[in-house]
Write a protein that binds this ligand. Structure first.
Ligand code: B1M
Length: 215
């Protein structure tokens, strides 16, 4: 790993937002591709934070400051991940389900979809099933609803959202795509979601196939 990637990894791991900003800028100037900075520098550091948390060597405050550092790095990478002035290929409503505050993965999915030409309406975190339905009705012509969940305890909320779309009789008119670390394709199928993506780049592939009617 190049030294600057090591530095990004270390600064995210230690929750040093200023350092992360500085090193990400340095990496961009050194011509390192945005995807490499993201995957090797930042996401790998967040995986390590998760491992430390699991082993009782890091706690919520450490996760929180690492997340802040990652967000500060992402804000610099954003223009490179998102292409400006592209004609929308579809309209996506995105959010993290009720009870769940994790938004880094969801934000990344939003950026990559935006970069692929989708128009994104991000409802944020802790979004109730009814809020997803109302947003789709109010915005109009929505192609895909993207649900994110990072906790096994909030995953069941995805089924609640799917059921709310069925009750509102717009299930199928709008495709429901789910994702997040604990989510699987089997789970997606079992709750009636139209697909599951493992990461942000798969989310782009899936959203494209859902909007072109292939999936
Ligand atoms: Co929390 N947390 N957390 N956390 N956190 C996890 C998820 C955990 C796995 C850590 C661990 O134990 N190893 C664990 C969940 C265990 C479980 O349920 N199985 C956990 C826990 C337990 C908790 C709390 C309950 C801790 C507590 O309070 N005791 C609490 C819950 C709060 C709540 O939500 N109600 C909590 C809180 C937090 C913080 C607030 C401190 C912070 C979040 C800050 C934020 O998001 N703004 C936090 C963090 C940072 C993490 C870890 C360390 C990192 C998550 C992350 O950002 N990853 C995480 C450990 C881990 O994931 N290894 C952990 C980087 C991100 C790029 O990846 O989010 O997976 P990810 O997104 C990926 C894919 O999943 C996918 O694409 C993304 C990009 O590739 N994807 C989609 C995600 N959404 C998608 C949607 C799609 C498609 C793909 O379509 C729509």
């Amino acid at each position: 790993m190049e030294e600057v990637l090591d530095n990004i990894y270390g600064s995210v791991l230690n929750g040093d937002a200023g350092g992360t900003t500085e090193y990400v800028q340095e990496a961009i100037e050194a011509g390192i591709p945005a995807e490499t900075i993201l995957n090797e520098g930042m996401i790998s550091a967040m995986m390590e934070v998760g491992r430390l948390f699991e082993e009782g060597e890091a706690f919520v405050p450490e996760m929180l400051i690492a997340a802040r550092a990652m967000q500060s790095g992402l804000s610099i990478l954003r223009p490179l991940l998102v292409e400006a002035d592209v004609e929308p290929v579809g309209r996506v409503v995105l959010g993290t389900v009720r009870g769940d505050m994790h938004d880094i993965g969801k934000n990344l999915v939003g950026m990559m979809l935006e970069g692929a030409g989708f128009e994104i309406h991000d409802l944020g975190v802790d979004v109730s099933a009814d809020s997803f339905v109302s947003a789709v009705e109010e915005i109009g012509n929505v192609d895909v609803v993207g649900l994110s969940a990072l906790l096994t305890t909030t995953m069941p909320e995805m089924r609640t959202v799917v059921d709310a779309f069925k009750r509102a009789e717009i299930y199928g008119e709008v495709k429901i795509m789910i994702g997040g670390a604990p989510v699987t394709s089997e789970y997606a199928e079992s709750i009636g979601a139209h697909g599951c993506a493992k990461d942000a780049s798969q989310a782009v592939t899936l959203a494209k196939s859902l909007t072109s009617g292939i999936a």
